[in-house]
Design a binder for this molecule. Structure first.
Ligand SMILES: [Cu+2]
Length: 496
């Protein structure tokens, strides 16, 4: 141990100070640090952009800056507890890197010599695995077999040369820590762009958490996930992917959790051009619109955005298109005749007091010992009380921060239909929060759109030039208004 520490100290002494806290946009990285950037000074931007691959955007996740130490690209990752706002007002305690879960995105170019300093600010040991990397065994980050775990307060410095290309990721190799959020994208660019070149390149990391009402910490043992995220956000808090009509788009989908996710794109056919093992030969490309991204896998899809509009991109597992679902939500929403024995609010996961796992609440929230609630009852509908019309005014308690609370449309005889309601109170005007999630990328979406977005959902917005420019203009303004480092709170105090 002590000899390793000494060895590390030497490396660090040579390395000097680590990366500065500035967050760079993809464009800035291209200009200031891109491997191609130096020798192309003086070239017109348009010419240059055809020679280097498009930098990857990870909406809602920052880019990890680096510094050059002679010929080594040096990054600094800090494993630490983070507060992640996965949904407006829903701040949860996760574990991640440099202030977020997932951690910041790393982008390198094939052939790069890379050094990554990993500090452990967690209260327990961790490890850092480079998923799919063909690197020396000692750098693999497999705890116990290739190295000792990094103790709390400890540091390990990884260094290797990369000869691969593709959508890779880094993650803690401690199983339960993975379920606390500890993953980040690691993109290895080819030296020259693939043909046809992608005009836009995005990465999305999928994660799931079981976080019961009134609780801020995920239950990493629970298999009933009720918060599903793209890049650390549940819809409608996800940030749409903005593309120009006619552009070629690549989306890199990364999954590290307990579930597999069939990701579906509306309005287009795509081809799968890459896996977690890198680029796929073109002979394997066939059209599709849904790709199953299994655990520990990545999938690259590409398509030409030839169909203008705001197109949903989402996991197609119905329960993964929901937020905070706790139990049989639809039938629960009855004032009397609740199959699981509780009222509508609690059934929807809005627990105002008490523990979600208490004897009273647990079974009805679907968190019993494997048996249903003792209050479970037959599914046939009981007649509604005369004054109860399932309308807004009957739910005086249903005031929730940021929601617009429009009325759902239900037919007069709704209550005579077995199974009603299913989505009436879970999707639609009641759940809309357009203003709360307002941001440049959402500009111009249809009013009320947010009431229908939940869980692993976002948009690919295929826009005509003028609307595209409008959003880029708004984005520029927003970025001008706030200091860049705000995006990366974990970095602020960690570097001196
Ligand atoms: Cu899914």
């Amino acid at each position: 141990m002590s000899s390793r520490r000494g060895f590390l100290r030497n490396i660090l002494a040579g390395a000097g100070v680590v990366a500065t806290a500035k967050v760079l946009s993809a464009q800035e990285m291209d200009m200031s640090h891109g491997t191609q950037g130096m020798k192309m000074k003086g070239m017109k931007e348009a010419e240059r952009s055809h020679l280097s691959p498009t930098l990857v955007e990870t909406p809602d996740v920052s880019q990890l800056p680096w510094r050059m130490d002679r010929n080594v690209k040096e990054f600094h990752l800090i494993a630490e507890p983070v507060k992640q706002e996965i949904f407006p007002g829903r701040v949860v305690d996760l574990w991640g890197y440099n202030g977020s879960a997932p951690g910041p995105t790393i982008q390198v170019t094939r052939g790069d010599r890379v050094r990554i300093i990993v500090d452990n600010h967690l209260p327990e040991a961790t490890s850092m695995h480079w998923h799919g990397f063909e690197i020396p065994n000692a750098m693999d980050g497999a705890p116990g077999s290739s190295q000792d775990p990094i103790p709390p307060g400890g540091r390990f410095v990884y260094e290797f040369t990369l000869h691969q290309e593709g959508t890779y990721f880094y993650h803690s190799h401690m199983a339960m820590q993975e379920l606390m959020g500890m993953i980040g994208a690691f993109i290895m660019h080819p030296k020259e762009p693939y043909k046809p070149r992608a005009d836009k390149d995005f990465a999305i990391i999928m994660q799931e958490y079981a976080i019961l009402p009134n609780i801020e910490v995920p239950n990493s043992m629970n298999m009933e996930f009720n918060w599903l995220t793209f890049n650390g956000k549940a819809g409608p808090a996800t940030t749409p992917l903005i593309v120009r009509h006619g552009e070629r788009v690549r989306i890199r989908l990364i999954n590290l959790g307990m579930d597999h996710h069939p990701i579906h794109l509306h309005g287009h056919q795509f081809v799968v051009t890459g896996t977690e093992g890198g680029r796929q030969p073109e002979s394997t490309w066939g059209p599709g619109n849904t790709v199953l991204v299994g655990v520990a896998q990545s999938r690259d899809v590409e398509f030409v955005a030839n169909n203008p509009g705001d197109w949903m991109l989402h996991c197609h597992l119905p329960h993964h298109m929901m937020n905070q679902m706790s139990s049989m939500v639809g039938p629960l929403s009855r004032r009397n005749g609740m199959p699981a024995g509780l009222d509508m609010e609690r059934g929807m996961g809005m627990l105002r007091q008490g523990s979600a796992t208490s004897e009273e609440n647990g079974p009805s929230l679907g968190r019993g010992m494997g048996v249903g609630s003792t209050a479970e009852q037959a599914m046939s509908n009981s007649p509604l009380k005369a004054e109860s019309t399932m309308q807004h005014q009957d739910m005086p308690d249903m005031q929730h921060q940021g929601m617009q609370l429009g009325k759902p449309e239900v037919s007069k005889d709704a209550n005579s239909v077995p199974g009603f309601p299913q989505d009436a109170f879970m999707e639609g005007p009641m759940m809309a929060m357009d203003e709360t999630v307002d941001k440049p990328e959402n500009f111009g979406l249809r009013p009320g759109w947010s009431g229908f977005m939940a869980g692993m959902m976002t948009f690919v917005r295929v826009l005509p030039q003028d609307k595209y420019d409008q959003i880029m203009e708004l984005r520029k303004k927003r970025e001008g208004n706030k200091p860049m480092k705000m995006d990366m709170p974990g970095m602020e105090h960690k570097h001196e």
